[in-house]
Write a protein that binds this ligand. Sequence first.
Ligand code: DGP
Length: 114
Amino acid sequence: MSDCIFCRIRDGEIPSDKVYEDDLVLAFRDINPQAPVHILVIPKKHVARLADLKECDQEVAGRIQLVIGEIARQEGIAEDGFRVVVNNGVRANQTVFHLHYHVLGGRDFSWPPG
Ligand code: DGP
């Protein structure tokens, strides 16, 4: 059994509220939402951090960008605007070391981020 929470969600060992799944990508609602819409989009393959993506990961990296747009349309946040966040590494507050894209929407966001 993997000790990665998101691998366990991928494998159905931990329940999640899935919003999208294909052969390469999985998306589910964040357990601790920071906005009315807060979805995590992950590669099914275990990649710890964004900076660990390799040449051979181009297909999944590209697919994730498209999936994010599809999810935003599905959730009704595409037109008003939404934010995509990747926390890469400890200094950026990454707490789960399986690459994930936060998709946040349904409220206003400020800049710069904290
Ligand atoms: P980050 O700080 O970028 O590593 O964000 C990790 C996110 O993962 C955080 O917003 C909470 C979420 N999370 C952690 N454990 C679980 C879980 O078991 N299920 C779900 N759905 N989300 C989780």
